[in-house]
Ligand binder design. Structure first.
Ligand code: ATP
Length: 299
């Protein structure tokens, strides 16, 4: 029993993994009147993740609203952070009572890398708040909310192996990709997704991905078929300007990658390996030159 002059302070918390994604294919199919590009892409989650801890506290004398902190000091902690915006949107849309909502992000996914790092943090915050406030939103409702934050957020809410169409929000679950090791390597420059799209608009796209063939390979659990069909229309645009993309691909191939590709709008390049030892060696070689090199696996 609490005495009259004490307030009951009840924090509840949850920690979720926000996983990175890679693109097995990425095709740009058109442009809508509102300027958004339509895409067709096969996405895959990998084990590399950020940790997102959300703590909701009720009953404090001075509720503090949304408070975000992160191990990377250069990431914004206010509404410029997608995870912060996810919390804001959640409280706005659900009417759940906002007193103090603390979000701690332990980032491991490289930033502005083509791995959906911000989107996956936002997706984790939506899931965490739905659980903590017992708002009972369905996956479809969470995805609808997530789409307001970014085109990759609905995919990040679901994860796994998915075909994404529309602007990225029309999701179809695909058979899981055969397990493999993934070496991710981000060269030391950022890429502006908008600039890559602007360039895509200016060139005629060649070597379009065989999305139907990729889906067939997944249906047949055909790992080499998957590797043969890795394809991203954005890779050529970025690779012509940045020789490191080609150099990383070459290093991965020399060390036994079964397939290589740039993920999303880049600049991260990945290699798929059926053999863990070869993946380890490739990762070691690349990490001598590129600090943002990670050995991970499909999930
Ligand atoms: P995508 O693959 O969806 O295009 P990305 O991996 O290329 O995303 P992000 O890591 O999401 O890119 O970062 C893009 C920008 O978003 C960065 O400039 C960063 O400052 C900003 N940002 C906002 N919130 C976050 C967050 N929680 N994590 C990482 N970046 C964030």
């Amino acid at each position: 029993m609490l005495s009259d002059n004490k307030t009951e302070i009840t924090p509840t918390e949850i920690t979720l993994h926000g996983r990175a994604k890679i693109n097995l294919t990425l095709d740009v199919t058109g442009r809508r009147d509102d300027g958004y590009h339509t895409v067709k892409m096969v996405m895959q989650s990998v084990a590399l993740h950020d940790d997102i801890r959300v703590v909701v506290t009720r009953g404090e004398k001075k509720p503090r609203g949304i408070v975000l902190s992160c191990n990377l000091p250069y990431l914004p902690r206010d509404e410029r952070n997608l995870a912060y915006r996810a919390a804001e949107l959640f409280y706005q849309k659900t009417g759940a009572l906002l007193e103090t909502c603390e979000i701690y992000i332990e980032k491991r996914i490289p930033v502005a890398a083509g791995l959906a790092g911000g989107s996956t943090d936002a997706a984790a915050v939506l899931r965490a708040l739905n659980a903590l406030h017992e708002t009972g939103l369905t996956d479809d409702e969470l995805c609808e909310m997530g789409l307001k934050l970014g085109a990759d957020v609905p995919y990040c809410l679901r994860g796994g192996t998915m075909l994404a169409e529309g602007i990225g929000e029309e999701l179809t679950a695909l058979p899981p990709m055969p397990h493999c090791w993934v070496v991710l390597c981000k060269p030391p420059f950022g890429v502006s997704t908008k600039e890559v799209y602007d360039e895509i608009d200016a060139v005629e796209l060649k070597d379009r991905p065989d999305t139907a063939g990729m889906i067939r390979a997944l249906e047949n659990s055909d790992f080499s078929g998957v590797c043969k069909r890795l394809s991203n229309v954005m890779e050529r645009v970025t690779a012509t300007k940045r020789r490191q993309i080609g150099e990383i691909k070459a290093c991965l191939e020399e060390n036994g990658a079964d397939g290589t590709l740039m993920s999303g709008s880049g600049p991260t390049v990945y290699g798929l390996f059926s053999d863990e030892g070869r993946a380890r060696t490739a990762s070691k070689m690349l990490s001598r030159r590129f600090v943002d090199t990670f050995l991970t696996e499909t999930v």
